[in-house]
Design a protein around this ligand. Structure first.
Ligand SMILES: Nc1ncnc2c1ncn2[C@@H]1O[C@H](COP(=O)(O)OP(=O)(O)OP(=O)(O)O)[C@@H](O)[C@H]1O
Length: 618
């Protein structure tokens, strides 16, 4: 897209908008009096789920219709309903919001959900507001205000009559003013006239622009000028310039009829930080809001220029509206929605493809007249609008594809870092466990040695374990009565037994001595597994059930029993910590056991030495 140093031609018509004025309409009061007349079925014009919102506006009868004494055939039963009496046959339709003839410009802006669209565009969504309906039904009046005001020499438009475009500009800049992050606003303005795209901001060089398609952008207009808009005044100048250059004509139904479809697009680029902790990563989100004022559908016989350019205009207008209608029919049908949508059949539908069926948020304002002379067109518009109501879209935030890739990669890096940290933690805890296993083996060997030493002097000491038949008991120095677990633990398996100090015959604080087995040789110490026992294959400890009993505290155990706690209360990391603690505890037991055995032996050796000395000196 080319950039234009914007230098609007002609003098300013629009009055500046005061951004600081309290009321959202800049002090605009109702043109038709203060009564707001609208009805809505669910009062959900601001409903977040409503990504394709259709509202209906019915204009008041004009002078011509009143003079003709046309009948008022549209009725408003309330709750978003509208009914049309076609020579006695009444048809009813339902919309999100129905704006009755005396609804003011302000009411349209406030009730249509337009603010939601602007807010979404600031957040990076593709939004579209478009007005459609038969010629003279009030589309341009709704979008920009009464066309007579900006097409009549010497008339300055009344800000009270500003349409949703000017009011949206104001809301946009008011919102941007509140935000600290930088935002860049740009605008383009084009029209599709007789199936040709014309840049409304480059009137001196009236040439037709091509509509192209790219994977990243979808359909777009090549070489369309975009104007940087730092202030609301810049945007107003863009609107004014475009309106001045737009194709208008006069025919029987509208003195200032738009003979083209116009698309004014405001793009909002905002830099955001997707990762709050990563101060260096900024991505640009590109939101946009397009205001589309369609040329009015019309009966060719009503056009007052038969055979001339008016006929060609009417045909191409009707053709592109027909294609738009086809696309809407397809998109509004749950089955056909998944098939081919004929966007490519007209330039208008190509450029609206994103808004209609894609990832955008769309507001459609259907405009009708209340007059009996237009009842057929009114019913057509209402059917069109009803079909459009069924369109579903999935809005997504637009981001530069390269920046999107960077964000994705950054997220992946973050996940990999976390995984790496977790694995390192596991590795260090595994290493600690290995050290503890080695220590456990050493201590167990020492206990075995000491036990062998004691057993080599039968009659002096022996170890008693009346629960075991192999003649080997275990020493437990924990406070009497408390069950403890002692044993040998190897990296490949465990051998555990729980004994109580009361189980051991104690005499004078010492373990009672009795003879070892009748074979005289010590059997395999209880700290080791018997040879025929197959050791379990080592595997990561991740479940509480994998760990022998003793991991859950009595309080936890009772909670599990009561069902107040899951039997797997520990996570992977916690269970590994518990395993380490278990081995550490066992090593502590073994250390005390070694000390106890050492003490026993020293005590005995001292006793024997004293006895020897006594007999020597005797
Ligand atoms: N709600 C309204 N209240 C008062 N006047 C209205 C309203 N809607 C439309 N009008 C007037 O009716 C006339 C036709 O409206 P407008 O030009 O907006 O119709 P249109 O749908 O854009 O027609 P076309 O498709 O031919 O461009 C204008 O003079 C306009 O000011």
């Amino acid at each position: 897209m080319a950039q234009l140093l914007f230098n609007p031609t002609g003098r300013r018509k629009f009055l500046p908008i005061d951004l600081d004025s309290d009321s959202d309409d800049g002090g605009i009061s109702s043109y038709f009096g203060s009564s707001t007349t609208l009805s809505s079925n669910t009062d959900n014009s601001e409903d977040a789920d409503d990504n394709f919102n259709v509202v209906l506006r019915v204009r008041p009868p004009n002078a011509q219709e009143r003079n003709r004494k046309d009948q008022f055939v549209v009725d408003f039963p309330g709750d978003g309903q509208v009914s049309v009496n076609n020579q006695g046959t009444v048809r009813s339709f339902q919309f999100n919001v129905v704006l009755e003839p005396d609804a003011a410009q302000e009411d349209v802006f406030e009730s249509s959900g337009m603010k939601k669209l602007i807010d979404a565009a600031i957040l990076g969504y593709t939004c579209t507001a478009f007005a459609f309906g038969q010629t003279g039904s009030g589309k341009t009046h709704t979008m920009t205000g009464p066309p007579a005001q900006f097409h009549t020499e010497g008339v300055t438009p009344d800000p009270n009559m500003y349409g949703i475009i000017q009011r949206s500009f104001k809301h946009l800049f008011q919102q941007l003013k509140r935000q600290s992050a930088p935002k860049y606003v740009r605008a383009s303005y084009m029209e599709i006239y007789n199936e040709q795209v014309i840049d409304l901001l480059n009137p001196n060089q009236r040439r037709y622009l091509s509509v192209r398609w790219s994977k990243n952008k979808g359909f777009y207009v090549e070489n369309l000028f975009t104007v940087e808009c730092e202030t609301i005044d810049d945007l107003m100048a863009v609107l004014e310039e475009g309106l001045r250059n737009r194709q208008t004509g006069s025919h029987g139904l509208n003195e200032f009829s738009s003979r083209s479809h116009s698309v004014l697009t405001v793009t909002i680029d905002s830099e955001t930080q997707p990762e709050p902790e990563d101060e260096n990563l900024y991505v640009t989100k590109r939101g946009k809001i397009s205001f589309v004022d369609l040329a009015g559908s019309e009966k060719v016989k009503d056009s007052t220029a038969p055979g001339g350019p008016g006929m060609l205009e009417s045909n191409s207008i009707n053709k592109s509206l027909l294609v738009l209608g086809n696309c809407i029919s397809h998109l509004g049908d749950s089955k056909r929605r998944l098939g081919h949508i004929p966007y490519r059949d007209s330039k208008l539908t190509k450029l609206l493809a994103d808004s209609l069926g894609g990832n955008g948020i769309t507001l459609m304002i259907a405009c009708i007249t209340p007059s009996s002379s237009n009842v057929t067109e009114t019913l057509n518009t209402l059917r069109y609008a009803s079909r459009a109501k069924k369109i579903k879209s999935k809005p997504t935030v637009k981001m530069d594809p390269r920046e999107k890739l960077i964000v994705t990669l950054k997220k992946e890096i973050k996940i990999l870092r976390q995984e790496n940290h977790y694995l390192r933690q596991q590795e260090s805890s595994r290493r600690e466990q290995q050290i503890l296993y080695k220590e456990n083996e050493k201590l167990s060997r020492r206990v075995e040695e000491l036990e062998r030493l004691m057993s080599e002097h039968p009659g002096t000491w022996s170890l008693v374990d009346h629960r075991r038949t192999d003649g080997y008991g275990q020493h437990d120095l924990s406070p009497r009565g408390s069950p403890v677990t002692v044993g040998y633990m190897s990296p490949t398996g465990t051998h555990r037994s729980t004994i109580r100090p009361t189980d051991l015959p104690v005499s004078g604080g010492r373990v009672k001595v009795s003879s070892p087995t009748s074979h005289g040789q010590p059997k395999k110490p209880p700290h080791r597994l018997a040879d025929h026992v197959t050791r379990p294959v080592p595997r990561p400890i991740d479940l509480v059930e994998d760990i022998p009993n003793g991991y859950i505290s009595p309080r936890q155990a009772s909670l599990v029993k009561q069902g107040a706690m899951s039997p797997r209360p520990l996570d992977r990391k916690a269970s590994q910590v518990s395993q380490t603690d278990l081995i550490r505890g066992m090593n502590e037991q073994l250390r005390r056991e070694v000390m106890q055995l050492d003490g026993e032996i020293q005590h005995h050796t001292r006793g024997a030495t004293q006895a020897m000395a006594k007999s020597y000196f005797r």
